[in-house]
Design a protein around this ligand. Structure first.
Ligand code: ATP
Ligand code: MG
Length: 314
C-alpha cells in the first residue's frame, strides 16, 4: 500500500490491522485514532490521503485536466480507430465494443492484449493483459500470429497474457474479486472481458429475473470502474447486440445487449459492423468527450490494420 504524506510507521500499522485503501477511505476518523493510536487530525489526514489515492476526492477542472493528460492509452493497431477514440483505449475507464458476430470484437481484444505490452513510444503501456474468456474463444495461436508479424518475442507476449475462462456469472464475479491482488502484482494494464453479455443472457432468462440480472450487472460494472481508476488500467468489454424495434442507433435495427443497467457505465461505447471483405467500421456512438465518428479498419492475418498498412500483410 502506498499513501503520499503518510509515514511508514502508520502505513505498517494500517496494513497490520488489515486496512485496504478502500476501507481507509470510508473509515471514520475516530475509529482510526483508536486502532492506530494516533490523534484525530492525523487520522483525518490519512483518510484524505486514501481518498486522493483512489481519485475520489473533489478536485478542480484544471487538476483534472492534468490527471487526464497523464492517463495511458493503448493503440488499437489502426491509426484511424485510435483517432476516433482520442488516442486509443484509455486507462481509468471502461471501453465497450459492441457488434454482431465476426464484427471484429475478439480480434480487437487480441490485438490490444499484444499492444498493451509495447513500449510507451510504440503505443503500449509496458504492461500485461488479463483476458476473461466467457466464450472460450481465446486463441494463443492467433496471438502468436499477430505477434510474429510485429517481430515480437512470442514467448514473452504469451507469458504476458493471463487467461481466465469463466463458466457462469458467479465465476465471473469471483475472478473479478481476485483481480484486486492480481492487477498490481502482475502489472496488469489491460483487463478484457470477452464477452460480458454471454453469461447474463444465458442465465437470467425471463422477465422475473430481470431485476436480479440488472443488479448483478451494476455490481460488476461498479467493480470494473473501481479497478480501472484505482489501478490505472484500461478495461475493455465486448457486448453482443440484440434486435431493437425502436431504431436506437439512428435507423439501425440493432442495439447493444444488457439494457440500461449497463448502458451508462462505459465511458466509451463503440459499435462495430462488417464492411466488405476484411474491412470493418467502428462507430463511437456514446462518449463523454469525443464526437460521434466512424473509423474504417481492417482485420488482417497480422491483426488490426489501416487501409495503408493492410497491404503490407495480405
Ligand atoms: P462473435 O460475436 O462471434 O464473437 P467477433 O466480433 O468477436 O464475433 P471476431 O472473432 O473478432 O468476431 O472476428 C472474426 C473475423 O476475424 C473472422 O470472420 C475473420 O474475418 C477475421 N479473422 C479471424 N482470424 C483471422 C486470421 N487469422 N487472419 C485474418 N482474419 C482473421
Ligand atoms: Mg468474439
Amino acid at each position: 500500500m502506498k499513501l503520499k504524506e503518510v509515514s511508514k510507521e502508520i502505513l505498517l500499522k494500517l496494513e497490520e490491522a488489515g486496512f485496504t485503501l478502500e476501507s481507509i477511505a470510508i473509515a471514520q476518523a475516530e475509529d482510526l485514532t483508536s486502532t492506530l493510536n494516533i490523534d484525530l487530525e492525523e487520522a483525518k489526514k490519512v483518510i484524505i490521503a486514501a481518498e486522493k489515492e483512489l481519485g475520489i476526492l473533489p478536485i478542480s477542472a484544471a487538476e483534472f485536466l492534468k490527471l487526464e493528460e497523464k492517463r495511458g492509452k493503448i493503440t488499437t493497431g489502426s491509426n484511424e480507430l485510435d483517432s476516433v477514440l482520442g488516442g486509443g483505449i484509455w486507462t481509468q475507464e471502461i471501453t465497450e465494443l459492441a457488434g454482431g458476430f465476426s464484427s471484429g470484437k475478439t480480434q480487437l481484444c487480441f490485438q490490444l492484449c499484444v499492444n498493451v505490452q509495447l513500449s510507451y513510444n510504440e503505443g503500449g503501456l509496458e504492461g500485461k493483459a488479463f483476458f476473461v474468456d466467457t466464450e472460450r474463444t481465446f486463441s494463443p495461436k492467433r496471438i502468436t500470429e499477430i505477434a510474429s508479424y510485429r517481430n515480437l518475442e512470442i514467448d514473452d507476449v504469451l507469458n504476458n497474457i493471463i487467461i481466465a475462462p469463466t463458466l457462469n456469472t458467479h465465476h465471473l464475479f469471483s475472478i473479478i474479486e481476485q483481480l484486486e491482488d492480481v492487477i498490481p502484482k502482475e502489472r496488469i494494464k489491460l483487463l478484457v472481458i470477452d464477452s460480458f453479455a454471454s453469461h447474463f443472457r444465458s442465465e437470467y432468462i425471463g422477465k422475473e429475473k430481470l431485476i436480479a440480472r440488472q443488479q448483478k450487472i451494476m455490481q460488476i460494472a461498479e467493480k470494473l470502474t473501481l479497478l480501472a481508476v484505482r489501478y490505472d488500467i484500461a478495461v475493455l468489454v465486448t457486448n453482443q447486440i440484440i434486435a431493437n424495434v425502436e431504431d436506437f442507433l439512428y435507423g439501425s435495427s440493432e442495439e447493444p445487449a444488457l439494457g440500461f443497467a449497463w448502458a451508462h457505465r462505459p465511458q466509451q461505447r463503440v459499435f462495430l459492423r462488417k464492411s466488405r471483405g476484411s474491412a470493418r467500421i467502428a462507430r463511437l456512438f456514446d462518449s463523454s468527450r469525443m464526437p460521434e465518428r466512424e473509423a474504417l479498419f481492417y482485420v488482417t492475418e497480422a491483426g488490426i490494420a489501416d487501409a495503408a498498412t493492410r497491404d503490407m500483410y495480405v
